[in-house]
Write a protein that binds this ligand. Sequence first.
Ligand code: FAQ
Length: 323
Amino acid sequence: MTTLDDHATASSKDGLAHFDATIAAGEKIEPRDAMPEGYRKTLIRQIAQHAHSEIIGMQPEGNWLTRAPSLERKSILLAKVQDEDGHGLYLYAAAETLGMSRDEMLDLLHAGKQKYSSIFNYPTLTWADCGTIGWLVDGAAIVNQVSLCRTSYGPYARAMIRICKEESFHQRQGYSILLALVNGTPEQKAMAQESVNRWWWPSLMMFGPSDSESAHGEQNMAWGIKVASNDDLRQKFVDMTVPQADVLGLTLPDPDLKWNAERGHYDFGEIDWTEFKRILSGDGPCNAERIANRKGAHDEGLWVREAATAYAAKQSARLEASA
Ligand code: FAQ
């Protein structure tokens, strides 16, 4: 693994001309390449936040694993939730190549010093929420992550390619849950509509503040970390989702949502940024619960980490002895 020392050596040896040329050519920066300290720091910030979102994001749907309505739905949901854990692993591994250990990132998450996506601070009140999360939350994640497949940092871009393939399955399974509900009883269709009403606006917030308010946006675009702005991705998501809602026979809770032929896009209403900021400051409906569960799982997993470390040490001692 690339250590901080390797990184410092590479930085002094190569200078930053190679970095600038690589970014200008649209090629990938790799762990051993020299990079500006700001690039390294903001990548750790973003990739760690992304990884934390994946593992905290297991909680809302995990809440329904014991109550999924059939064995088939249960096994599909179980596979989906496990996939999210795997996504966390790829992303922590990508962030580690920048010189911060996974333990350190988890400590920062638990101390509230690194963020995770605002979306996972909302509760899953009904089974329909599992459908809506797959359709809207994974759908929004895909729009963002497809663009991140072209991000300038190699390990992050490669993790994204694999994650996107799995997210497509997640989105389809969510859509399939909703399709079953809208074709069910009037009560089931109403449950689906009520769920979509609650998740629509928080899904739009996943793309971050508007471009004029985005603190990191401009620099991240210049470094090729982001290849599309928050507002552009949000617009893409709205344009993609409205026709899908029509197929489901569900409405989206925005009276200002309408096709704008001149722009070739859907217009939509103003996001409640006060709510977004409140969630980010830790005061959302489930912030405290999510972090408490996460810390609890981490503490309970201590014996597993200790056993794995002891086993690895024993294995390498055995290998050394036989060499
Ligand atoms: N929630 O200057 P910007 C998933 C923060 S998908 C919380 O615009 P940037 C899959 C931002 O960090 C969800 N915080 O920042 C799944 C910054 O704060 P800081 C995860 C947010 O980086 C599905 C400040 O606001 N996906 O988990 C949010 O240029 C189902 C200013 O913002 C990713 O993380 C937010 N929504 O753009 C799993 C994608 N938005 O750090 C389970 C990768 C903004 O200065 C079940 N990340 N902030 O303290 C990104 O693309 C970018 O980081 C953005 C933000 C677009 C999120």
